[in-house]
Design a protein around this ligand. Structure first.
Ligand SMILES: N[C@@H](CCC[C@H](N)C(=O)O)C(=O)O
Length: 327
């Protein structure tokens, strides 16, 4: 089977978009999982943090399904949704759209460029839940908000929230960022453990100065990535709950792949977050894939988006310089 792939990224969190609106691939569920394992494998010519399948929707402008490199399906992906937002808006000639995801239909909108000549989209991150059953996190209580959980860390306090994919967030100091603590906790919680039966995305957040934070995430089904959009959104909310930032005010969120902007909203006691950032294209190619042996693919017609790559490098350089100064 010949499959068209579009390599894209949001904050250096990179994905392949597979368009099932314009093409009929007739993937089975097993095909999707196996395809993710094969083409996201970084030891191959391809490699990515996930696949974004873009499908027709009966109730929205399009539907997004996200698969992690380990073949698991994620309920949401913030950086991926910005890329899908751009793809769908350009495909359908729209400035805003509604995208159906596993648990919610979400609003996406074209925005003013976050940095010179960087295609920028705003995506809605919601619903938010602190109910441990929604992650799930197995503990004999309903929520974990800024609490130490015995058996996970005696040192750090965490907040558990679903947006709606599961996140475990701790506000830390620089020493904890540079230590191997996050790796140890994340690997434990994403292996066989008594707390998170489905694994969890684990983020360390370092406040830089008012309105600016740094977030690093170990993603479930992936490992450390340059950035995780839902994690940066969840982390911004956690900093607002801690009085470090304010609801309705933009927060600049730095990450290892660049920067985004998050705005937390609260209405009738329910929170949602706007995640605003780049949706960049890297290259397009065609892959000849035998679904019986997807790891033995061959590639053709690679076409690079060199202008976008160069432009994004400037944003990255800027973000790195800020981090060097403020961390
Ligand atoms: N990178 C994503 C999140 C992808 C899914 C995550 N690994 C999970 O399993 O929940 C983002 O940008 O939000």
């Amino acid at each position: 089977m010949n499959i068209e792939l579009l390599k894209c990224h949001g904050s250096g969190n990179d994905f392949f978009i597979i368009d099932e609106i314009s093409h009929t691939y007739n993937f089975t569920e097993e095909n999707r999982a196996e395809l993710a394992k094969a083409i996201c494998d970084r030891s191959t010519e391809l490699g990515a943090d996930g696949i974004l399948f873009v499908l027709k929707s009966e109730k929205a402008d399009a539907r997004m399904r996200v698969f992690n490199p380990d073949g698991s399906e994620a309920s949401m992906c913030g950086n991926g949704l910005r890329c899908v937002a751009r793809y769908v808006c350009e495909l359908l000639g729209l400035k805003e759209a509604i995208i159906e995801t596993m648990k919610a239909d979400l609003q996406v909108k074209k925005q003013e460029d976050i940095f010179e000549d960087i295609p920028t989209y705003l995506v809605e991150i919601s619903p938010v839940s602190f109910d441990l059953k929604d992650l799930p996190l197995v503990l004999d209580k309903d929520t974990i908000i800024n609490e130490k959980v015995s058996g996970i860390s005696e040192e750090l306090a965490f907040t558990a929230l679903a947006v709606p994919n599961p996140h475990f967030v701790s506000i830390v100091e620089k020493e904890q960022i540079t230590s191997d603590l996050q790796k140890k906790i994340s690997e434990y919680l994403n292996g066989p453990n008594d707390f998170f039966p489905d694994g969890v995305n684990v983020s360390f957040v370092k406040p830089l100065k008012k309105g600016h934070i740094y977030v690093r995430t170990f993603e479930r089904g992936v490992g450390f990535t340059n950035a995780c959009g839902t994690a940066m959104s969840a982390s911004t909310l956690v900093t607002c709950m801690n009085g470090l930032n304010k609801i309705e005010e933009p927060v600049e969120v730095y990450n290892n792949g660049g920067k985004v902007r998050c705005v937390v909203h609260e209405k009738n006691g329910r929170q949602s977050i706007d995640l605003i950032g780049n949706a960049s294209y890297v290259y397009r190619c065609e892959a000849e894939i035998n679904m019986e042996k997807p790891q033995e693919f061959t590639l053709s017609q690679k076409e690079e988006h060199t202008g976008e790559i160069k432009q994004y490098a400037k944003l990255q350089e800027y973000a790195q310089a800020v981090l060097k100064e403020w961390m």
